[in-house]
Design a protein around this ligand. Structure first.
Ligand code: BDR
Ligand code: CA
Length: 338
């Protein structure tokens, strides 16, 4: 008791209040990703916040092959000096389909950028445990409920739920980037990339009964990077913000051409921004199913916005985002990193 009293006296009331707030509000997450430029920004945003504890990063084949996505996660954590974050290698291909990658967006390495290459810390290696086993074991052993944050194809998450459905009770929420409710797809006219790559995995997640939040193209196309944002981020004057700029210089090339605008959607950090400040986004709880097989519409998220099918609502689908609030949060948070 004396020790505790001394500690409390030492840190003062204000600090104690802050400490308690942080402890009570800290969200424990597993970031399941396929870096990828926007995944990289999601990692940085999560790592910069005291309100989020990253239990581990699991990687999946998606934007690039699995070896690249794992290496890219290691690169990002090296750059932000967070080599304490454990990185796990997961599924190298979707449940039924062959892997379809997006080198046409993210380059040969999956994380091509301007400037010098990032050299991974020599002692920083991927963990031996498979990502799926890490997800299962972490959910089972945690006393707190866990947030799963997939920003790539949902393969690792679906495989974990299939292998051990008992983990569902330990999952507070799955907040995923994927799908398109009321807008065009970006990989086919009807499908967004992550859901297109592994539609079977998406349906396993959608059928799981776990609270789900979908950050689809409807919202990610409302948080756009442009040269003004890159310039503004540079005002942070730290190496993470410089890195952000170097990544974005490459990432915006494809989008400028495709959309014929200066605005590039920054998809994946929306997942983390939602955990940090849900007021940035709004949406509606509705039923979502995914088309698995059609040649024309594989990966389409069929979102029953009007409730016409009477199928039960299984997913909170976001359709509004506040661009200004989002980028202010990102800028403030990235300034906290080296
Ligand atoms: C999604 O596809 C990937 O290219 C991005 O990283 C993002 O997760 C957007 O459709
Ligand atoms: Ca991604």
């Amino acid at each position: 008791l004396t020790i505790i009293t001394n500690i409390l006296n030492g840190i003062g009331y204000k600090d104690l209040h802050y400490l308690l707030k942080v402890l009570l509000m800290t969200k424990k997450i597993i970031l399941d990703c396929d870096p990828g430029h926007d995944d990289a920004v999601a990692i940085m945003l999560a790592a910069s916040s005291k309100e989020i504890e990253i239990l581990g990063i699991t990687c999946v084949g998606g934007n690039s092959g699995l070896n690249n996505t794992v290496n890219n996660a290691l690169k990002v954590c090296t750059l932000i000096e967070r080599t304490d974050i454990k990185v796990y290698s997961g599924a190298n291909k979707p449940i039924h389909y062959e892997l379809f990658t997006a080198e046409y967006v993210h380059g040969k390495t999956g994380l091509d950028k301007k400037g010098d290459p990032i050299i991974i810390d020599t002692n920083y290696k991927p963990q031996e445990k498979h990502g799926v086993d890490f997800i299962i074991e972490t959910c089972k052993s945690s006393t707190d409920q866990i947030y799963l944050c997939p920003t790539g194809p949902l393969t690792n998450i679906a495989l974990s739920l299939q292998k051990d459905p008992s983990i569902k009770k330990n999952i507070k929420e799955i907040v995923f980037m994927g799908g398109a409710a009321m807008c065009l797809g970006n990989t086919t006219p009807s499908a967004e990339f992550n859901i297109y790559v592994d539609p079977h995995a998406a349906n396993i997640v959608l059928d799981s009964g776990i609270p789900l939040t979908m950050m689809g193209l409807d919202v990610t196309h409302q948080v756009n990077v442009n040269s003004k944002i890159i310039k503004s981020m540079n005002e942070n004057k730290n190496k993470t913000s410089k890195f952000f700029g170097e990544l974005m210089e490459f990432y915006t090339i494809f989008h400028k051409e495709l959309y014929e605008t200066e605005e590039t959607p920054l998809h994946d950090p929306c997942v983390i921004a939602y955990l940090l400040d849900p007021s940035i986004f709004s949406g509606k709880k509705v039923n979502v199913r995914v088309e698995e097989n059609s040649e024309l519409t594989r990966g389409k998220t069929v979102v029953d916005w009007l409730g016409v099918t009477k199928r039960p609502a299984n997913c909170f689908v976001m359709n509004q985002a506040n661009n200004e609030k989002f980028f202010q949060l990102l800028k403030d948070n990235l300034s906290q990193l080296p």
